[in-house]
Ligand binder design. Structure first.
Ligand SMILES: Nc1ncnc2c1ncn2[C@@H]1O[C@H](COP(=O)(O)OP(=O)(O)OP(=O)(O)O)[C@@H](O)[C@H]1O
Length: 241
């Protein structure tokens, strides 16, 4: 695990609740979730379809507002930020990897990967040189001018990972990152994510149904019906009470 972190947990949530809709038709997606994501770890969130995994990920990553409870990310209380501050915070500190790679069609791989840097105010020259470096690291140096539809699914996911990591985010948030990938490509993806999690002040959250990758988890949190029903892993004893 990485040491000398400036905060005890990358994510610290207590009593998170989130409902969609109101009254008799409301869906209570989160019903009092306590969650800590510790510096240096890959935390996996598993559970049946509809139990609230993606909603939890979306609240933690500021894509959805919470209804009640508290959520601190990298020592910042999300409730104390307005929408613009949350959006800036998200762009500066988080990287996202989804099952659907969500690459921009019709533009080159290089241009896809420079997007977070250009949004963050980097010059095009700097953005391109950083993008080339990470594409090289992920074995895609010779595909920089290809467009996404010229790549295999595994290559597209590696581009998505390059885009998620290129601005060196402290929190990497992944929703089913390997379920569309074969076993070997899934392992490459998880090894890349594990390398990042081990860097100073970093952590990775992975929502997954993919049992092929559970050996990459430092801890696995299990959800059911909008609550966390258990956790296993090396630091189980440190789960919130
Ligand atoms: N935007 C929305 N509007 C209404 N209901 C929603 C919305 N998003 C999620 N829900 C509901 O909230 C509950 C939790 O959904 P969520 O997507 O978080 O579950 P999940 O565990 O990620 O499921 P899956 O494994 O199938 O992706 C479900 O009942 C879902 O139908």
């Amino acid at each position: 695990m990485a040491m000398n972190a400036t905060y005890p947990s990358v994510v610290h949530c207590r009593g998170l609740t989130k409902a969609f809709g109101v009254g008799s038709t409301a869906t209570y997606a989160l019903q009092g979730v306590d969650l800590d994501v510790r510096v240096g770890e890959i935390l996996m969130i598993m559970g049946p379809s509809g139990c609230g995994k993606t909603t939890l990920l979306s609240v933690v990553s500021t894509l959805l507002d919470l209804d009640a409870g508290t959520c601190e990310v990298l020592g910042r209380d999300l409730a104390r930020m307005n929408q613009i501050e949350r959006s800036r915070f998200r762009c500066a500190t988080m990287g996202f990897v989804f099952q659907r790679f969500n690459l921009l069609p019709g533009v080159s791989i290089l241009d896809n990967v420079t997007v977070p840097l250009l949004i963050g105010g980097h010059s095009r020259k700097d953005a391109e040189s950083r993008a080339v470096r990470i594409l090289d690291e992920l074995g895609l140096r010779d595909r920089t001018s290809a467009s996404p539809n010229e790549l295999s699914g595994g290559q597209q996911q590696r581009v998505a990972i390059a885009r998620a990591l290129v601005h060196n985010p402290k929190l990497i948030v992944c929703d089913e990152p390997t379920s569309a990938l074969d076993q070997n490509t899934g392992q490459v993806v998880m090894e890349t994510l594990r390398d990042r999690a081990r860097q100073t002040d970093r952590a990775v959250i992975v929502v997954t149904h993919d049992t092929r990758i559970v050996n990459y988890a430092d801890r696995i949190v299990r959800m059911e019906d909008g609550v966390i029903i258990g956790c296993n892993g090396a630091i189980e004893a440190e789960m919130p009470s």
